[in-house]
Design a protein around this ligand. Sequence first.
Ligand SMILES: *[C@@H]1O[C@H](CO)[C@@H](O)[C@H](O)[C@H]1NC(C)=O
Ligand SMILES: *[C@@H]1O[C@H](CO)[C@@H](O)[C@H](O)[C@H]1NC(C)=O
Length: 257
Amino acid sequence: MKSLVGFGVLILACLLSCTVQAKKHHSPLSSQGTDCTQIKALSPQASSGVYVIQPQKVKTPFKVYCEMRPDGGWTVFQRRSKGVVSFNRKWAAYKNGFGNLTRDHWLGLQKVFSLTKNKHKKWTMRVDLWDHEDDTAFAEYAHFKLGDAKAAFRLLLGKYNGTAGNAMHSQNRYGFSTSDRDNDGCSPCIFGDIALMECTQSDGGGWWYSRCGSASLNGDWHPAGDHIGWASGLHWETWKTHAPYSLKATRMMIKSV
Ligand SMILES: *[C@@H]1O[C@H](CO)[C@@H](O)[C@H](O)[C@H]1NC(C)=O
Ligand SMILES: *[C@@H]1O[C@H](CO)[C@@H](O)[C@H](O)[C@H]1NC(C)=O
């Protein structure tokens, strides 16, 4: 009898905890700020990691990786460091995001748009680059903004500042292209005896391609020793001028100013 009661209690406990877990799973995320810059401003000690944010006029909060630096909290929207997560994906994936926030990922064009559409805020976009010789360089762009989905998330860049060179200069005001959405500037682009209609055919992934080459950080990741000579690699031509050089790691992020 005693053991039967014990068994009953056990089952009850399990039922309760199971319900609680199910509830937990379905409860909406509660926001910790409108973006990483605000989170860092409100808690200067906050460390880098995953946070839940809710930009103004956005219905559903979402998770982002915040890179907390002395110069402010940055909302990361791209990270490459290994070949585990494929960036060879189509429009819907680039729109909605993919990968693991604590590792390699693409946050999603819709989310970046929802952050930068606020007319009362200005954004700086920072690109960090690492090569296979343990060197690093950066590029910052003032007045960063994306157009909406109808405008193919058109790229808007202000003044350049940095050490990597202004490789995205020619891509300013271009829409985003993937293998199933062509918004690039090739009709065609001629490289020697090759005529390309779409940059994604050679450079891969998705990007604000104008002409192919110059900057392209969503192509295929290539390991050290096998990183030279790929049109599909991670390129930043104004830093690695003897292109095609595929970078070891990259990160893109935004800060409101
Ligand atoms: C993401 O990676 C972290 C670190 O390895 C891991 O703990 C976590 O479970 C992963 N999340 C998902 C959704 O795969
Ligand atoms: C350029 O970027 C560096 C690093 O973020 C910053 O310290 C510096 O103030 C910037 N310069 C200008 C002119 O924006």
